[in-house]
Design a protein around this ligand. Structure first.
Ligand SMILES: Nc1ncnc2c1ncn2[C@@H]1O[C@H](COP(=O)(O)OP(=O)(O)O)[C@@H](O)[C@H]1O
Ligand SMILES: [Mg+2]
Length: 278
């Protein structure tokens, strides 16, 4: 079977890394409505948002405020009812379904609240999966999957199936699966929602390191503690952006990680800033 693309430029862009001159994400006046019989639900009501390369953004807001709808549009899993979305300078409306699946596979790493690992399948096979879809040969697949598992501290768990891993380990395996294709953009919808606070900090520490390496990270969370890892916090209400606050500069290090890549508490950070005086 041959795959045809909407246009040569769409093809070039689909497989290329996100490192052009454009913001990674440019959303303009995006609305999304769902029709449920007679009823129309306005999940997004005119959202405009620009996210530059290297940013680390937490999206917060009450349940039903439109966070997941926004994330699904950003991740090309859904399309807006109105408005524009440019991903790395490309208007996603110009991409057909096969272009979009290439974009999702190569440019974006997804992490979900419920891990979504395949049961009775080893960690390494789970992590290899996006590379199977990308057509990478078996030997390289395995090497890259093992490297991704090592990057999240699961090198010794490569042959474990999900039921043999803790929630935190399963989510770290899911993060390994998200980064194995080397995406520049990582999207996570409540990735710590099912984790205890120690596992949550571990996962957030990994996102911080990925951001330190230059990857753009956008995550949804309910918890202030989780949002404190991000460089920028966006709050949503009723399908609109309520506030958009930058905690640290775009080109700065993520706030809760030190130079050695270790997670620090806000208290420790404050002490360090005061020159170690308690
Ligand atoms: N597929 C869908 N069909 C109908 N309504 C939906 C659908 N997805 C989301 N909604 C509605 O859109 C609104 C926003 O949902 P969502 O984006 O999931 O919010 P959040 O992630 O902030 O909890 C809610 O009122 C929700 O019920
Ligand atoms: Mg949601």
């Amino acid at each position: 079977m041959t795959t045809t693309f909407a246009s040569p430029s769409a093809l070039e862009t689909a497989g290329a890394p996100l490192h052009g001159a454009h913001p990674v994400i440019e959303i303009e006046k995006v609305a999304k409505s769902y029709s449920m019989g007679e009823l129309v639900v306005h999940a997004l009501r005119g959202v405009s948002l620009t996210i530059e390369r290297g940013d680390f953004v937490a999206v917060m807001g009450a349940s039903g405020s439109g966070k997941s709808t926004l994330m699904n549009i950003v991740g090309c899993l859904d399309v807006p009812t109105r408005g524009y979305y440019h991903l790395d300078g490309v208007d996603v409306r110009t991409l057909d379904e096969s272009d979009l699946s290439i974009v999702r596979n190569r440019k974006i790493g997804f992490v979900f609240q419920s891990f979504n690992l395949i049961p009775r399948t080893s960690a390494v096979s789970n992590v290899e999966l996006p590379l199977v879809y990308a057509g990478v040969r078996a030997k390289e697949r395995q090497a890259r999957a093992i490297a991704a598992l090592e990057a999240v501290g699961l090198g010794s768990r490569r042959d474990h199936v999900p039921s043999e891993m803790s929630g935190g380990q399963q989510q770290r395996a899911a993060v390994a699966r998200a980064i194995v294709t080397n995406p520049a953009l990582i999207l996570a919808d409540e990735p710590t929602g099912n984790l205890d606070s120690a596992s949550s900090d571990e996962v957030m520490g990994i996102f911080s390191r990925l951001n330190l390496e230059g990857r753009t990270v956008v995550l949804i969370t309910h918890e202030d503690d989780v949002a404190s890892f991000a460089k920028r916090v966006i709050r949503m209400r009723d399908g609109q952006i309520l506030s958009d606050d930058r905690a640290v500069p775009l080109d700065g290090a993520p706030p809760r990680i030190d130079a050695s890549g270790t997670v620090v508490t806000p208290d420790e950070q404050l002490r360090a800033k005061r020159g170690g005086v308690a």
